[in-house]
Design a protein around this ligand. Structure first.
Ligand code: BES
Ligand code: MN
Ligand code: ZN
Length: 497
């Protein structure tokens, strides 16, 4: 998909489609008014017949509008003008791309980025447009023998601006938006892939390929290396699987060597059966998405590299399957983590924290500025926050606030849960330094409490993406979250330092 940004007017467009907005009560935006006067009231006529009220998420496609050179005019209902906020803008752009993508229109010019949106600047609107455009074009049909052919996909999108003064900011936002969207597509592809294909080795190969395309340093630790590092917790999860585990490390250097990196740690369980504490059969297929944290680290690093951000980022991915089997870890087993702390595994289905704790200890060697782990960690988080917000817990209030802000900026929001010491006692074990579960109550928080015992040496935040990484049901598929959040956070960091 090709993007452009220009200072132009609807009158000058000769392509396949111009897209303009109409607010509720048939109130035309400036660009709609321009088309209306070109067509000598044709658009106003159609609106007054009641064909489009202007309600949010409605559209009207017009052909051969008199006096207008462009072949089509797509009117987008924007909802109430006073209520036109960030989410209304996103709804409008999504509605536009839904129509553009389903009608065989190959190119279009959008007159949406100039609409005033509360608390949002041009850069935000342009980034959203780029992201939503690529998103709407996303298909995952690489495993179908006869993929449905899209007649003519939308290929070229021009974003129009009123004034030159916004052009530079718009151009930067456009390339950032496209980079984020490309990162999201990688994340989605990896998540959607079948778990017999997307194994730990496959993830390692993907990281190596990314390394070649963007000059990253990629190191893969295999089982022997993990044994040398005494990663007893990660190895305990891998025991039941015939697929060899991998610890993937990617280093992106956009700044001098002395600059401390931001480390992203992504849970890479390529299939979570629960192990000996086996999960029920219903919807178990969705546990192929248990590597979504890992996929979001790969996607974010791709976006960062494509944006050429002046910042150092390290991605660490502990990757393994969680399977039952003759040599699998059993409830009651006690394992020694890389940190030296011992863990009583009371439930083998609480495996994410076991692989993450060793990766978090491994992260220490990078002397990180901050560490953020991303994990589909607890079903309890889905109950608490649903599919809207990612769960956030942190040992550093400033870092938490920065992530909350980045979430709002990128429309990829997080909600903070407490990480008070009062919860720690739920992890008491009679036989080891700690248990790997804390009971049903506060399950998302006790999981984070477990991780916090391995992150004392640096500023750290934990993102529980169990509810936000993929959609279930008819529209089952990866969402690409939280790549927009992480990319925005890193953009902000690169501007601050
Ligand atoms: N990968 C799951 C968490 C999960 C479950 C994410 C459902 C999304 C949807 C994780 O490994 C897990 O099984 N967690 C357990 C922890 C429990 C045993 C303490 C859970 O949430 O039930
Ligand atoms: Mn599990
Ligand atoms: Zn899991």
């Amino acid at each position: 998909m090709e993007f452009g940004i220009k200072v132009t007017t609807p009158e000058k467009q000769r392509g396949a489609c111009v897209v303009v907005g109409v607010f509720e009560s048939k109130k035309m935006t400036e660009s709609a008014k321009e088309l209306d006067s070109l067509s000598e009231g044709y658009i106003k006529d159609i609106l007054s017949q009641g064909d489009l009220e202007g309600k949010s998420n409605t559209t009207l496609l017009l052909h051969k509008v008199p006096g207008v050179q462009s072949k089509r005019v797509l009117l987008i209902g924007l909802g109430k003008e006073q209520e036109f906020n960030d989410s209304a803008f996103i709804t409008a752009a999504q509605a536009a791309f839904r129509v553009l993508g389903s009608t065989g229109i190959t190119d279009c010019t959008l007159f949406l980025a100039d609409l005033p949106v509360k608390d949002c600047d041009i850069a935000w609107k342009v980034t959203q447009i780029a992201k939503l455009a690529v998103d709407s074009n996303y298909r995952f049909d690489q495993l179908k023998s006869n993929p449905e052919e899209i007649k003519k996909p939308l290929r070229k999108i021009i974003i129009s601006l009123h004034g030159k003064e916004d052009l530079a900011a718009g151009e930067q936002a456009l390339s950032q938006g496209a980079a984020i969207a490309h990162g999201m597509s990688l994340t989605k592809n990896l998540g959607n892939l079948a778990p017999n294909i997307c194994t730990p080795s496959y993830l390692a190969d993907q990281a190596k390929e990314l390394g070649k395309s963007y000059k990253l340093k990629v190191t893969i630790l295999d089982k022997k290396d993990m044994e040398k590092q005494k990663m007893g917790a990660l190895l305990a999860v891998a025991r039941g699987s015939h697929q060899p585990p991998k610890l993937i490390v990617m280093e992106y250097q956009g700044k001098g060597k002395k600059e401390k990196p931001i480390v992203l740690v992504g849970k890479g369980v390529t299939f979570d059966t629960g192990g000996i504490s086996l999960k029920p059969a219903a919807e178990m297929d969705e546990m192929k998405y248990d590597m979504s944290g890992a996929a979001s680290v790969l996607g974010t690093i791709k976006a960062v590299a494509e944006m050429n951000l002046p910042i150092n980022v390290v991605g660490i991915i502990p990757a393994t399957e969680n399977m039952p089997g003759g040599s699998a870890t059993k409830p009651g087993d006690v394992v020694t983590s890389m940190s030296g702390q011992t863990i009583e595994v009371l439930n083998t289905d609480a495996e994410g924290r076991l692989i993450l704790c060793d990766a978090l200890t491994y992260a220490e060697r990078y002397e990180p500025k901050v560490v953020i782990d991303i994990a589909t960690l607890t079903g309890a988080c889905v109950i608490a926050l649903g599919n809207i917000a990612t769960g956030l817990m942190s040992n550093d209030e400033e870092l938490a606030q920065e992530l909350i802000t980045a979430g709002e900026q990128s429309a990829d929001r997080v909600w903070q849960l407490p990480l008070w010491d009062d919860y720690q006692e739920l992890l008491k074990s009679n036989f080891a330094d700690m248990a790997n579960i804390g009971g049903r109550a506060g399950g998302t928080i006790t999981a984070a409490c477990f991780l916090s015992r391995f992150t004392k040496k640096y500023q750290w935040a934990h993102l529980d993406i169990a509810g936000t990484a993929w959609k279930s049901g008819k529209e089952k598929g990866s969402t690409g979250r939280p790549v927009p959040l992480l990319a925005q956070f890193l953009i902000n960091q690169s501007e601050a330092s």
